[in-house]
Design a protein around this ligand. Structure first.
Ligand code: FES
Ligand SMILES: [Fe+2]
Length: 359
């Protein structure tokens, strides 16, 4: 499949942004190996509870920090100390500032021994990592992620792993503009409105139509505000049979391989009573409906060839603008304002709403 350069997205192979790297229970006191952004990484949880991600290979002589079970460092339980991680090969110990802070057989620790750590936040049961080719601090807030997680009356999501798909993540982002796929794939009916709004690092999709997978009755309308804050995760406020909140995360493993997850939380009551097992069963059933709707897209992505240039017709929706918006994350930060100015604005693909005030 095609690489970032072939899509003409920018000079960085992987986008700058917050990306899901797993669910909260995956970070433990036992370091584990992961691969994202074309890099081998290690995930662990410090004694304080804070999750950490660092590069997998020790700067001393290149041992993998998590792939070891036989070193006495590991067998004697000496690998993890406080927030630090110790290499199983010669026992050099590294802290979250990336510095080497102890060597068992030397009083001297070289400044050059630096292990790269990445900013990590745990929110709404999900681990998020900041990826930045320029190695800068986050310039997009994750502050509001999680919608109604923890609010009374809402049943929290159980995150669904959707697979490792052999596509460039841009093809998932394309879906934001993809008006034409909703009726054939998802069974959209009775279209009222479809538009995209580009606002800096955010993109919104406004959808108002019926939906054969997500509405209980054929006549019910589904009204969605779906948006990305940066390149890595979609959120969606959905008014339908239940009020619900969706998240879909995409994280590149390689340039042409992306891991996807889905989660949905449901408002089962207004918070004035206890949540029952029946509420939870209803919420799970609704999440499953949403997962199945997303799986309809996933099946396409898992089997398609790369689409470097959509053969688009005017009624397709603004793929070109979506890809233009997405390019900002593959360019140096210094160019962000200029890139955003090229995509900012509202694009209405379809509007059949009746203006009652004018009648
Ligand atoms: S390779 Fe890690 S301490 Fe030597
Ligand atoms: Fe879709």
């Amino acid at each position: 499949m095609a690489k970032t350069e072939e899509y003409g997205l920018g000079e960085f192979a992987f986008a700058r942004g917050w990306f899901m790297i797993g669910t909260a229970d995956e970070a433990t006191r036992t370091p584990s190996s992961m691969r994202y952004f074309g890099r081998d990484l290690v995930l662990y949880r410090g004694e304080s509870g804070q999750p950490y991600v660092c590069d997998a290979y020790c700067p001393h002589m290149g041992a993998h920090l998590a792939k070891n079970t036989t070193s006495y460092i590991v067998r004697d339980g000496e690998q993890m100390e406080g927030e630090n991680i110790r290499c199983p090969f010669h026992g050099w110990r590294f802290g979250p500032d990336g510095g080497c802070n102890h060597i068992p057989y030397s009083d001297f620790t070289p400044k050059a021994a630096k292990l790269r750590f990445y900013p990590v936040i745990e929110r709404a049961g999900i681990l998020w990592m900041w990826h930045d080719p320029e190695e800068g601090e986050p310039d997009i807030e994750l502050a509001n992620f999680g919608g109604h997680y923890g609010e009374p009356g809402w049943v929290e999501w159980k995150v669904d792993y959707m697979g490792d798909l052999g596509v460039h993540p841009v093809e998932i982002i394309d879906n934001m503009a993809d008006f034409g796929h909703f009726t054939p794939i998802h069974g959209a009916t009775d279209w009222q409105y479809f538009a995209n709004e580009f606002k800096g690092s955010e993109i919104h999709q406004y959808y108002s139509a019926g939906h054969r997978t997500l509405t209980a009755n054929p006549d019910d309308m589904l009204v969605l505000d779906t948006w990305y804050e940066g390149p890595g995760f979609l959120q969606s406020e959905m008014a339908g049979t239940f009020d619900s909140f969706i998240m879909i995360a995409n994280t590149p493993i390689e340039e042409d391989k992306v891991r996807a997850w889905h989660g949905l939380m449901v408002k089962v009551h207004d918070g004035s009573r206890e949540t029952t097992d029946e509420d939870r069963a209803n919420a799970l059933a609704y999440q499953e409906g949403s997962r199945l709707a997303f799986a309809q897209d996933v099946e396409i992505w898992a089997n398609k060839r790369a689409c470097l240039n959509p053969l688009a017709i005017p009624k397709d929706g603004p793929y070109g603008k979506v890809r233009q918006w997405y390019r900002q994350f593959f360019h140096p930060r210094a160019m962000t304002a200029e890139m955003q100015a090229r995509s900012n604005g509202l694009h209405v693909t379809l509007d059949k709403r009746v203006d009652k005030s004018a009648a």
